[in-house]
Design a protein around this ligand. Structure first.
Ligand SMILES: Cc1cc2nc3c(=O)[nH]c(=O)nc-3n(C[C@H](O)[C@H](O)[C@H](O)COP(=O)(O)OP(=O)(O)OC[C@H]3O[C@@H](n4cnc5c(N)ncnc54)[C@H](O)[C@@H]3O)c2cc1C
Length: 601
């Protein structure tokens, strides 16, 4: 008998209506998971914020190396370096979604979050995902205890976004025992004090990268000076120079020539974590802003009373809520996929790798959305503080500078927008994992009537709008694809527009599914639900705005004449008016934030 086809398919949200019962929502975190959040939160408050915000803002990777290492040691003692490492190798073996919650809490650690983040994510996961048992046994226990600090060395001066073009070379020595590594790496987080480097290099004349576990002790490694950066100043970032660095043959990680795939899979993981960290950052931004707005008086009243400030507070809280809904939805799906693959006989490594790879589209979407929402929040947090926001003593200028890197690393946001589309095309037209042809047939039906089996009246308009956003994405993608064919990839402006429509559809749907699930939960806090509904509706309003602009740009860019007229009519009928009062909604959300003096939950 044929096995039931899996429902856990990345990108499938574009074609299927998800039953709210099938999504994980943050309200479902267990007490144990919340305790992990609390432990990390307490660590950050005590060890980082306890230093005084100005001291933290002035912390410098070079001058404060000892302090950073002391914090690293304390974090290790709490087990924070081992969260992603399986228990059998001395770690906590957290499931993926709990790992995201950990990342959210860690964001309160400011730039130190990058130090621990690199340790538990890009620095150690290549071994967790691709290592042999011997490699895992040798390295993971020491990484888990923090005895080994680790880093990930992919980027080179000439190879950034085009990472596979790196020139670092590995040549087997005459004895056939060691690869001799030569080349230069750049922007390596934790590189100034790391004991272990995951280095990507090409073996001999290979076209594709391989990966190696390199110990500092091997010799032949020169560590450059700390970079002087805009933000995350206490996070170590250096260049590395390899001069005949001898790497034992058995330290090749995974298969020869598969390093680039490996790098991309590890980056998928880092991408979704940027969103999880962003959620923590956004909540922090809300808290800092409202605390200030409540106590700063101008024109005889707290500035929190002014509509212009309420706009910012309401919008910040709404963005945190939506990103939170989406990131944990995907995190839980990754866990479910992992369990499904294991149940179907996949090895531990394959299940980990493929569950992550499955959600590459969603990870790219979340990276872009999370980082941009966080950067916007940090910018507006400064604005709420006025001149004090520009001063080091409030900490928000540091948050602004620190947040900015998230749009650049783990693949720039341009690359991630393109990637979400490229991955969609690959799955729809090459591997055919996404059944686009079947879906295209139902679009006319979707236009004629609201065709959603889970649309039971509650948030019916919003659910229909999300369906329509997906239809608009597919209609324009299909039409532009037919017209431009392979040239579409060169028309990056249009690709960016399409990526944005796809992204807002996913984000809006995630928030809707969350509140629908809560509505059916008799134990859900009813007052909180009312506010969550408002946040969802406000985002849907925003999503429509973003999609309208992106759709117009795309259509105006590739079509003309009758085709343009027809496309605009169709898209216009799908992205029709949505009748809410955004001002009242933002005010209601802001009032809840003002009353709580923080993000409300
Ligand atoms: C603080 C910091 C920490 C970092 N940590 C690490 C680390 O630990 N390990 C590591 O390996 N790397 C790390 N990086 C490197 C980071 O991943 C790269 O900076 C990033 O991938 C971008 O590469 P680049 O800087 O060379 O920019 P470029 O690739 O030169 O990009 C410059 C601009 O061109 C755009 N662009 C590039 N290609 C295209 C294209 N095909 N189409 C359209 N636009 C394009 C980009 O989006 C960007 O806007 C770090 C960087 C920083 C700043």
């Amino acid at each position: 008998m044929a096995a039931n086809p899996s429902k856990l398919i990345g990108g499938n949200f574009l074609f299927t209506e998800t039953n709210p019962k099938d999504v994980f929502i943050p309200e479902e975190f267990t007490e144990e998971q919340k305790m992990i959040w609390q432990t990390v939160n307490d660590f950050c408050v005590k060890e980082l914020h306890g230093l005084g915000i100005e001291r933290v803002a002035l912390m410098d990777a070079e001058k404060d190396r000892e302090l950073v290492l002391e914090l690293f040691r304390k974090a290790s003692e709490l087990g924070l370096c081992g969260v992603s490492i399986p228990e059998e190798y001395g770690g906590m073996g957290l499931d993926f979604n709990t790992g995201l919650l950990f990342t959210e809490a860690l964001s309160l650690g400011l730039a130190f979050a990058t130090t621990i983040g690199a340790q538990v994510s890009i620095g150690s996961l290549p071994i967790v995902f691709y290592g042999t048992h011997e490699q895992k046994e040798k390295y993971l226990p020491k990484i888990a205890t923090g005895e080994y600090a680790c880093s990930y060395a992919l980027t080179e001066p000439g190879a950034g976004s085009d990472a596979n073009s790196g020139k670092t070379k590995a040549v087997l020595n005459e004895e056939g025992t060691h690869y001799l590594l030569n080349g230069q790496k750049m922007w390596i987080t934790n590189g100034g004090f790391a004991d272990i480097f995951i280095v990507f290099a090409k073996i001999e004349d290979d076209e594709r990268l391989s990966a190696f576990i390199v110990e500092k002790e091997f010799g032949g490694i020169e560590i450059g000076k700390e970079e002087k950066k805009m933000g995350i100043k206490s996070s170590s970032t250096v260049q590395l120079f390899f001069n005949n660095c001898p790497v034992p043959k058995e330290n090749l990680l995974g298969e020869r020539g598969k390093g680039f795939n490996m790098a991309l899979n590890i980056l998928n993981n880092g991408r979704i974590k940027i969103c999880a960290g962003g959620v923590g950052g956004m909540k922090y931004g809300v808290a800092k802003s409202v605390e200030y707005a409540n106590q700063r008086f101008q024109f005889g009243k707290p500035i929190a009373d002014f509509g212009a400030i309420k706009y910012k507070l309401g919008q910040m809280a709404m963005l945190a809520f939506v990103n939170e809904s989406a990131v944990y939805r995907v995190g839980a799906d990754v866990d479910k996929k992992y369990n499904e693959l294991k149940a179907n006989g996949a090895s531990e490594n394959d299940a980990k790798i493929n569950s992550m790879r499955e959600y590459a589209i969603e990870c790219a979407i979340l990276k872009v959305q999370g980082s941009e929402a966080m950067c916007w929040t940090a910018d507006e947090a400064i604005q709420v503080h006025g001149g004090m926001g520009y001063s080091m003593e409030t900490g928000v200028e540091m948050a602004y500078r620190d947040a900015r890197i998230t749009k650049i690393y783990e693949g720039t946001n341009e690359i991630n927008r393109m990637l979400s589309l490229a991955e969609f095309y690959k799955r729809a037209f090459q591997t055919k994992e996404l059944k686009i042809n079947d879906a295209m047939k139902t679009i006319p039906l979707g236009i004629a009537q609201n065709f959603n089996p889970f649309n039971n009246g509650f948030l019916a308009d919003e659910t229909e709008i999300v369906s329509n956003l997906k239809s608009v994405f597919m209609i324009i993608t299909g039409a532009a694809g037919r017209k431009l064919k392979t040239k579409l990839v060169d028309e990056q402006e249009i690709v960016m527009n399409l990526a944005d429509i796809m992204a807002v559809a996913f984000m809006a749907e995630s928030a809707i599914l969350r509140v629908k699930k809560l509505k059916d939960d008799p134990n859900a806090d009813k007052d909180a639900l009312k506010l969550k509904i408002k946040m969802t509706q406000l985002y849907v309003y925003e999503a429509l705005d973003i999609a309208r602009k992106a759709a117009d740009n795309a259509i105006d860019s590739y079509s003309k004449g009758v085709e343009k007229f027809t496309m605009k009519r169709v898209v216009g009928s799908l992205l029709k008016n949505y009748d809410i009062n955004p001002k009242d909604m933002r005010r209601a959300i802001a009032d809840a934030v003002i009353a709580a003096n923080k993000y409300p939950w």
